[in-house]
Write a protein that binds this ligand. Structure first.
Ligand SMILES: [Zn+2]
Length: 245
């Protein structure tokens, strides 16, 4: 489950990500009453088996049984903040009611990794890159997006608005650019060709993680603004990352 907000009286509107139907808004009747039969299972982050009935505006939850509750993750503020950030990111990037099994699998793998011993940094950066890829905005990491030439080690920057790398010579034509170290480029290329388990074995030093967080964060900001006109959304996400709930 990605998000919940109160509606009329004791009802709640809940945003869920499903393996076959994509992102859905569903109503839970009476969820805010203390002894709600369904409400207890429908906690944010939980993986839940849901039974739905066709409703007037939104489908109505008629049954809910928690399948995974990620208790260990919820007991650690850093991991909890990372998981909530990823849920909001998926919620922001995915359109409603369009099947997206890849995003479901990715988010579930991320929650399971954060519930275990895997370092949150590599999980966050890998999921960010994969979500860019899934949204059709995989960053260019081999060539200069202005002149098309292959990059030379040490002579590259990152242009979020263009969607990837540029070389030093083309910086003026590229608009706003960010520094891109050799190590950061190596990590991005490694993530681009790795699956979840392989990518998240990597330990990212704090400085390198901060560089990658900036690069991927600005890329996501461009995609979010272009696709949904949600300026300011990424700022909200950044706040969420910095301030554990
Ligand atoms: Zn160039």
């Amino acid at each position: 489950m990605l998000r919940a907000f109160p509606v009329l009286e004791a009802d709640r509107l809940v945003v869920v990500l499903t393996p076959s139907l994509g992102k859905l808004k569903v109503t839970v009747r009476g969820a805010r009453r203390i002894k709600s039969r369904l409400g207890g299972h429908l906690d944010v982050l939980n993986r839940v088996n849901l039974t739905l009935a066709l409703g007037h505006r939104f489908d109505v939850v008629t049954g809910a049984e928690s399948a995974e509750s990620f208790a260990s993750l919820k007991g650690d503020l850093d991991r909890l903040a990372a998981a909530l950030y990823l849920c909001e990111l998926v919620d922001g990037l995915l359109p409603e009611a369009a099947p997206h099994p890849a995003a479901y699998g990715l988010l579930l793998a991320a929650l399971r990794a954060l519930d275990g011993e895997v370092a949150p940094e590599s999980v966050l950066r890998y999921v960010e890159l994969r979500l860019l890829d899934d949204s059709g905005y995989m960053p260019e990491l081999q060539r200069c997006l202005v002149c098309g030439k292959e990059l030379e080690a040490g002579h590259h920057r990152y242009a979020p608005a263009l969607g990837g790398t540029v070389d030093d010579r083309c910086v003026v034509a590229a608009g706003r650019v960010l520094p891109l170290s050799v190590d950061a480029l190596k990590v991005l290329r490694h993530f681009a060709r790795s699956d979840f388990a392989e990518a998240t074995r990597l330990h990212l030093a704090p400085e390198l993680d901060a560089e990658l967080e900036g690069i991927l964060g600005f890329s996501l900001q461009h995609v979010l603004e272009r696709e949904m006109g949600t300026a300011g959304f990424i700022e909200h996400l950044r706040t969420l990352r910095r301030r554990p709930p």
